[in-house]
Design a protein around this ligand. Structure first.
Ligand code: FAD
Length: 465
């Protein structure tokens, strides 16, 4: 009888151990599945220290700028974003002239030049209206439709309305490497047909470009005694990088088989939000480019936006004026960035030359980008930044800017499209950031609770053994 009791007791203990062990496994599996299947439940493989929320992090003045985060968000939401969205759709601003061939000057044997054929990948002729011109008349082979590492989302649609290009002079830009004179190699691209978004471009080729940019041309922590100008170059590139990542996250191919596109908030968090510095650099870059646009007010106001469509062209001019002369903007943030404090002192001119050289290298590196659509937006946005630098630092001629500044049409198109991209990114981070961080935070505390539960169960399991 007593032996039976003892046996029953040890059986129950055994059973209890199995129940505990089973629950433990079930809990771990449930967490793993939740983490894998839900993009907004990113728990595993992370540091689970509690992050602080967007609202706590982004207050006060944007570093090195003259506006605070709240003002930037308000102005962007109410004034800039809506106008810019309209402006970039106009015929003048939606066509960009670009050399898309991959003639990377740095590492010809990268293997990316097998994409040379891919760079002329065009839609089959029956996909677009007859009246549209194609830049290349060469006959298309089957390979042309299988380009960009087999990813159609990476190919550029060259559908273009030729009426959009007239006038404007060719001028130098000491900050960039772009040569617009070689018309034979240039394509005209309709930016509205080629949104900046996820393309599947990743791995060593992409990594090599970013590495070359950061390690050789704009190190985060340059040599001892680094100055504000060097930090500013880093922040501009980092802000642009954040914006590219935000566009990938906001327009992501969620299901390749079904061609479903949507937001990838895990990616947004992983690449941008969890590094507050990257968000700050995005705001900095936005204000820097905005300052360049406002500084060129006289020039942009008088420029010709003619495309052969008087109604559209009038609308373009009116939208440009709406941005440049918005009273709300002028009252709340009249000087987004103060460029006058740079290049001072004896080292000024030498430093400027050095940084110009670094920026030109970054511009040249865009030819090494091994994905056509990424190259398009990389080139456009770097040209946009180069244009901002040219406007802000043209031979110290700030006072007479209206008379001395000369911009190419393509530079103006790049500048405005860059500003629009940055404005979209600022809006997305402002609107989505807090909720994404709250979800992550909730998940972190859920994980913390589950972790302590697991620890207790494990301890109890070990005890009963
Ligand atoms: C010019 C260019 C344009 C591109 N455009 C597209 C595109 O349109 N669509 C697309 O799908 N892919 C694009 N890519 C690829 C994309 O940027 C990533 O390289 C790719 O998605 C792989 O990402 P990753 O996670 O390895 O990190 P990456 O974004 O490649 O970052 C590499 C490293 O840089 C550092 N880093 C990341 N972000 C920042 C930042 N904001 N500031 C400072 N340092 C940072 C980190 O150390 C990171 O590990 C582009 C690449 C380049 C070079």
């Amino acid at each position: 009888m007593s032996e039976k009791k003892v046996n029953k007791g040890s059986e129950r203990k055994q059973l209890w151990r199995w129940v505990l062990f089973g629950s433990l496994i079930a809990l771990v599996l449930a967490l793993a599945v939740a983490s894998k299947t839900s993009p907004s439940f990113p728990l595993f493989g992370r540091n689970i220290n509690k992050p602080c929320t967007c609202s706590q992090k982004y207050t006060g003045m944007v570093e090195d700028c003259c506006c605070d985060y709240e003002t930037v968000n308000n102005l962007n939401g109410e004034v800039l974003h809506p106008s810019l969205q309209e402006l970039v759709k106009t015929p003048f601003f939606r066509y960009f002239k670009v050399k898309l061939w991959c003639d990377c000057p740095f590492w010809p044997d990268d293997g990316m030049c097998r994409l040379r054929d891919c760079s002329v990948c065009e839609c089959p002729e029956n996909e677009f209206p007859e009246s549209f011109r194609k830049p290349s008349q060469r006959s298309l082979s089957a390979d042309d439709f299988m380009c960009q590492e087999g990813k159609p989302q990476a190919a550029v649609d060259r559908t273009v309305d030729t009426r959009a290009f007239r006038g404007w002079t060719v001028t130098d830009n000491p900050w960039t490497n772009d040569d617009e004179t070689d018309n034979a190699e240039m394509s005209y691209v309709n930016l509205q047909l080629n949104p900046e978004r996820y393309t599947g471009y990743t791995g060593p080729s992409a990594r090599r470009i970013w590495d070359a940019i950061y390690s050789e041309n704009c190190p985060k922590y340059p040599s001892e005694g680094s100055c504000q100008e060097e930090r500013i170059l880093y922040k501009l590139i980092s802000g642009l990088h954040s914006s590219i990542s935000i566009h990938i996250a906001s327009d992501y191919l969620l299901d390749e088989a079904k061609n479903v596109w949507g937001q990838n908030l895990t990616l947004l968090y992983d690449r941008v939000l969890q590094y507050p510095e990257r968000v700050r650099n995005l705001y900095f870059t936005f204000l820097f480019v905005l300052r360049a646009v406002t500084k060129a007010t006289d020039y942009l106001e008088q420029a010709e936006y003619e495309t052969g469509n008087p109604t559209e062209d009038l609308k373009t001019h009116s939208l440009v004026r709406q941005i440049l002369y918005n009273p709300k903007f002028q009252a709340a943030c009249p000087l987004p960035f103060d460029e006058a404090k740079l290049w001072k002192g004896q080292r000024g001119p030498e430093l400027k030359q050095k940084i110009q050289g670094q920026f030109r290298n970054i511009s040249a590196l865009m030819d090494c980008v091994g994905c056509e659509k990424c190259r398009l937006w990389g080139k456009l946005q770097v040209l946009g930044l180069g244009t901002a630098l040219k406007i802000l630092f043209s031979d110290n001629g700030h006072e007479h800017l209206g008379q001395t500044l000369q911009l190419q049409r393509n530079e103006v198109i790049a500048l405005v499209n860059l500003l629009n991209r940055l404005s979209e990114s600022v809006k997305f981070v402002h609107e989505m950031g807090p909720s994404v961080e709250t979800i992550i935070e909730d998940n972190f505390s859920a994980l913390a609770t589950q972790r302590s539960l697991l620890q207790r169960m494990l301890a109890s399991l070990l005890k009963t053994r």
